[in-house]
Design a protein around this ligand. Sequence first.
Ligand SMILES: [Zn+2]
Ligand SMILES: [Zn+2]
Length: 218
Amino acid sequence: MLVFPHDAHTHTTYSDGSGSIGDNVASAEARGLLLLGITDHGHYMSPGTFKRYVREVRRWAAESGLVLMLGVEGNITENGVDVPEWMARELDYVIASVHRRVRTADEYIRLVRMALISGEMDVIGHFGASFPHVGFPREGELREVLELAEAKGVAFEINASYHVPDVAFLRECIKRGVKLTFASDAHSPEEVGRVGWSEKVFRRAGGRREDLLFGEIL
Ligand SMILES: [Zn+2]
Ligand SMILES: [Zn+2]
């Protein structure tokens, strides 16, 4: 049983997930979650599709017994986060993630730093997922990322699919007041709410309710 039962990062058929919004909601309710985020990849959606997406999430929010949040996951690109303003203003929150293939940790950190400076997101998604492939950044680089997140009021998610970030990074977040969320990054309804790893490392890092972005709801 989770102490902070929430999952702030799930996908549906509006992007590359296999279930409907209703399927994710049903799965979250069955698992006893108090809060669920629907966060499809924004670049899959035309303005018309996005309108339907917003309407459908809001309808489920009114019908379901849990707090249903509307988000998108955007890409961190050379030109910032690719979530347009007309999309962002309809959303409860924006996750921004590096999805492109990078060659070095420096390149990854540079992208995240630029995105943080733009401040065009609420949460950084699966931070460090590329490090096992390209090498780990220096401590000073991580410190700069943390300082920027702190200054901009941006949160990090604890991603149970990629198992990032690590406990040391989470401890730093907590020390600095940088908020955290739990994230399954589910691409199927069965995976919704699989955030046991997130809660385990969050608590190992000394996390408490007030360290969670959605702590007041939980
Ligand atoms: Zn992602
Ligand atoms: Zn995702």
